[in-house]
Design a protein around this ligand. Structure first.
Ligand code: NDP
Ligand code: 2IT
Length: 453
């Protein structure tokens, strides 16, 4: 951060923290944007006069509600539901729902804030939102998850529709949950519309949506490599997580000739010195998506794999070219970043949302490691949600190849926007600045056009 702007950024952040106390994840995501956008605004006073950044950090609307449901023992449980409708300047609110015990207002505000810029980068007309609950689907029966989803949607349906707000999945919300949520929306509203994305192919979903975040992440990193006259072929890649994003990241890296040496969940990390194969990946997908088991079962099933309990993917005993964190926020701390630097890492691509702490990001940037922020790298998921909405509106469905090639085109375009706004004098690219400025300009200009909104 340039010294000249430090005082201005600190003052801005003090205001944000005073207005929204006790929301550390939200503050972290705003800080990152403020560090790049405030110097830009200084050069473009029209945004300052319109007080755009102050308006952007204030959600347009936050809905919080009680979610009562009955467990398998007949006991009434209660959770809290949220929808943060952050910004609708360029399109209807759009963003996932997260069901995880760590969900709170701070986490959903950070995710909703990131989503504004990410969605702007997709080139599609999508506003920014996020929602969810601290409900934990882990260890719950299918019927308990269904009852929870039905209760959650019984309230949420008052606040969403295909023109206003279109939720999707995120951590803990996959195909099963989207099915239960959609069924309840349809029942209550008596209409079959594209109010959610991530739907099954049989009832309005899009080809490639399940794969899109992981594939898009790898397409983006492939663009970075291509700009450096390089490719995934022969690269050693560390991946964290074993959910939706991690699974299709691994699949695409393998397809492009890379070697994936790790996957993980919150219990530990599975390590493969020779690299995971298609056989391992298929087993992991079945384990995580159908059986809903723990990651050690992958290593239990294949003697060539090792399970390191309580360990993350960032301390592996080998050189790593590319690290792709695909689990959750702040999973990669400064000490992990240092370990990766010691192992020769050259590129970090955030498959998850804000998986690297501020300190880790600064360490990478100070050591010339190319750092791709989540709002650019993982935008393929929401972009393909936008393509699902387009197909729903047209009442038709595109084939797999068509959606995949549109996704690839969108990821190339996002990479180019980052270069346009983030290229340094020496030809290197600051992808954080690039992504923030490209997203900011699009949303800010729309807000200016629309008056004091
Ligand atoms: P899933 O629920 O499918 O998988 C989440 C994975 O992350 C699991 O391996 C889970 O392990 C791990 N994880 C979750 N929370 C924690 C935690 N607190 N500590 C350690 N590990 C954790 O989610 P997704 O794959 O969909 O999402 C992963 C990330 O990608 C999130 O940051 C999400 O916001 C982001 N993302 C998702 C998109 C999508 O389309 N799904 C689009 C863009 C970004 P365990 O099972 O043990 O909890
Ligand atoms: O973080 C994200 O971009 C998502 N969870 C996907 C959102 C969406 O609406 O597809």
């Amino acid at each position: 951060m340039k010294k000249k702007f430090k005082a201005q950024i600190d003052t801005f952040m003090d205001e944000v923290k005073t207005r929204s106390p006790g929301e550390p994840e939200f503050h972290q995501s705003v800080q990152e944007v403020a560090e790049t956008v405030i110097p830009y605004i200084d050069n473009h006073p029209k945004y300052k006069n319109a007080n755009i950044l102050h308006r952007m950090v204030e959600p347009e609307r936050v809905v919080m509600f009680r979610v009562p449901w009955v467990d398998d023992n007949g006991k009434v449980q209660v959770n809290r539901g949220y929808r943060v409708q952050f910004n609708s300047a360029i399109g209807p609110y759009k963003g996932g729902l997260r069901f995880h015990p760590t969900v709170n207002l701070s986490v959903l505000k950070f995710l909703g804030f990131e989503q504004i810029f990410k969605n702007a980068l997709t080139t599609l007309p999508l506003g920014g939102a996020k929602g969810g609950s601290e409900f934990d689907p882990k260890g719950k029966s299918n019927l308990e998850v269904m009852r929870f989803c039905q209760s959650f949607m019984t309230e949420l349906q008052r606040h969403i529709n295909k023109y206003t707000d279109v939720p999707a999945g995120d951590i803990g919300v996959g195909a099963r949950e989207i099915g239960f949520l959609f069924g309840q929306y349809k029942r209550l509203q008596n209409e079959f519309t594209g109010v959610l994305t991530g739907k099954d192919l049989n009832w309005g979903g899009s080809f490639i949506r399940p794969e899109a975040t992981g594939y898009g992440t790898v397409y983006f990193i492939a663009e970075i490599l291509d700009r450096n006259n390089d490719s995934f072929e022969g690269k050693t890649v560390a991946v964290s997580g074993s959910g939706n994003v991690a699974q299709y990241t691994v699949e695409k890296v393998l397809e492009l000739g890379g070697k994936v040496v790790s996957v993980s969940d919150s219990s530990g990390c599975v390590f493969s010195e020779d690299g995971l194969t298609q056989k391992h990946l298929e087993f992991m997908m079945e384990l995580k998506n159908e059986k809903r088991g723990r990651i050690h079962e992958l290593a239990d099933a294949f003697k060539e794999l090792t399970f390191n309990e309580g360990e993350c993917a960032w301390g592996l005993p080998m050189n790593i070219d590319i690290a792709i964190p695909c689990a959750t926020q702040n999973e990669m701390e400064e000490e992990h970043a240092q370990k990766l630097l010691d192992r020769g890492v050259k590129i970090i691509g955030e498959g998850a949302n804000m998986p690297c702490t501020t300190e880790a990001v600064h360490l990478f940037q100070d050591n010339n490691v190319i750092f791709g922020p989540g709002k650019a790298v993982n935008a393929g998921g929401v972009a393909t949600s936008g393509l699902e909405m387009a197909q729903n509106a047209l009442r038709l469905s595109w084939d797999r190849e068509k959606v995949d090639s549109k996704l690839l085109g969108i990821m190339k375009n996002i990479h180019q926007q980052c270069v346009t706004y983030g290229e340094n004098e020496d030809g290197s690219v600051d992808y954080v600045r690039g992504a923030n400025l490209a997203g900011f300009v699009k949303v800010a200009d729309a807000m200016m056009d629309q008056g004091a909104v």
